[in-house]
Ligand binder design. Structure first.
Ligand code: MTE
Length: 310
C-alpha cells in the first residue's frame, strides 16, 4: 500500500481497544437470540429483529461483543485509524438506492426499501477475518447475495461483479486523501457472488447496521479477507473483464483479486498463520478459507494454486 505512514491495517497490537466486558461470552450469544425474538421493536429495527437465524452456518467460536465489533473499524472514507464511529455518524443513509449497471438486462436504480421487499431476511453468524490478522464473529442480518444478483438480472456474458461504495464529500473527510483511488470498489466473479455464503447485510446484532460498519447495506464474503467486504454500497456493476479492486490498485503485490483466506500464504510483510480475536485478544489458528472450505472449495477446484490466495 502507498499509505506508508498511517496504515490502519498495521496498527500495533498495543493500540487495540481492550474489551470492556460489556457482556460475557455466553451473554453475547443469549442477548443476540433475545433480540431476534423481540418482535415489538419499531420500524427498521423490527425487520432486523424478526430475521430467523440460519443454523447452517455455525460460528464455532464465541460471538464477539457488540461493542468490540462496532468500535474497531476500517472505513477509510472517514479516516485510516480504527476509530471512525463519531465521524461516521454524519453519513446520510436515507434515502438510499442501488444502481444495477453494466451488463444487465436493464440498467436501473432500486430504492433500498423496494429492494428489501423482494428479498428474504435471515440472520447468519459468520467469522470475519481481516487481512491485518484480527478477526471477529458477528451475527449479521441480511439476505443471500444470489437474491441481489437475481434482481440485478445480469446478461449471460457477465463474468465479474463490482460493488461500489458511496462517496459523500461533505460527510467523509477521508475522501480528500489522494492515496486511495476513490470510490472504494471491490469485486468478485459472478459465480462467487452466487455462492450461498456470499451475503448482503443490513443489520448486525439484531439491529440496523451502524454507520461505521457500512450502513445501510454492505457485502460479506466470509471466506475472503475483510477488505473484499465493501461497505455502504450504491452500485453493482457487471462486466466481462476481471476488475481491479481498490486495494489491488493501491498495492497489487499485497492485495489481489481473490484474497481468499489461507494460513499458508503469508502476506508479504506478515504471517497469516494465526489471528487475534477482537475483544479477548486470544490468538487462534487461521483456517483455510476461514473455515468455510466445504462451501467454497468447489469454486476453486480447477485452480487450487497460490494464485487464488492473493
Ligand atoms: N469498505 C469501504 N467502503 N471502505 C473501507 O475502508 N474497509 C474494509 C472493509 N470494507 C473498507 C470497506 C476492510 S479493510 C475491512 S477489514 C472491513 O471493511 C471492516 O469491516 P468492519 O469495520 O465492519 O469490521
Amino acid at each position: 500500500m502507498l499509505i506508508r505512514s498511517r496504515r490502519g491495517w498495521e496498527l500495533p497490537e498495543s493500540s487495540v481497544t481492550p474489551e470492556a466486558a460489556v457482556m460475557g461470552r455466553r451473554g453475547a450469544l443469549t442477548a443476540g437470540a433475545g433480540l431476534l425474538a423481540a418482535a415489538a421493536l419499531p420500524g427498521e429495527a423490527s425487520a432486523q429483529g424478526q430475521a430467523m437465524r440460519n443454523l447452517r452456518f455455525r460460528p464455532e467460536r464465541d460471538v464477539t461483543a457488540e461493542r468490540d465489533a462496532t468500535t474497531y473499524n476500517n472505513f477509510y472514507e472517514f479516516n485510516t485509524s480504527k476509530d471512525v464511529v463519531r465521524q461516521a455518524q454524519r453519513m446520510r443513509t436515507s434515502p438510499w438506492s442501488i444502481r444495477f449497471a453494466g451488463l444487465v438486462e436493464r440498467e436501473r436504480e432500486i430504492g433500498l426499501e423496494d429492494l428489501l421487499r423482494q428479498v428474504s431476511l435471515e440472520e447468519r453468524i459468520y467469522r470475519f477475518r481481516c487481512v491485518e490478522a484480527w478477526a471477529m464473529t458477528v451475527p449479521w442480518t441480511g439476505f443471500p447475495m444470489s437474491q441481489l444478483i437475481r434482481l440485478a438480472a445480469p446478461k449471460p456474458e457477465a463474468r465479474y461483479v463490482v460493488f461500489t461504495t458511496v462517496e459523500q464529500r461533505d460527510t467523509m473527510p477521508g475522501l480528500r486523501s489522494p492515496a486511495v483511488p476513490w470510490p472504494y470498489e471491490e469485486c468478485c466473479t459472478v459465480e462467487e457472488a452466487r455462492n450461498e455464503l456470499s451475503f448482503v447485510a443490513t443489520g448486525m446484532y439484531g439491529k440496523p447496521l451502524p454507520n461505521q460498519n457500512g450502513a445501510p447495506i454492505r457485502i460479506l464474503f466470509p471466506w475472503k479477507y475483510g477488505f473484499k467486504s465493501g461497505k455502504s454500497i450504491i452500485r453493482v456493476t457487471f462486466q466481462t473483464e476481471q476488475p481491479v479492486g481498490t486495494w489491488e490498485q493501491i498495492q497489487p503485490a499485497e492485495y489481489g483479486f481473490w484474497a481468499n483466506v489461507n494460513p499458508q500464504v503469508a502476506h508479504p510483510r506478515w504471517s497469516q498463520a494465526s489471528e487475534r480475536l477482537l475483544g479477548t485478544n486470544e490468538r487462534v489458528a487461521t483456517r483455510l478459507f476461514n473455515g468455510y472450505e466445504e462451501f467454497v472449495a468447489p469454486l476453486y477446484s480447477s485452480v487450487m494454486n497460490q494464485r487464488i490466495f492473493y
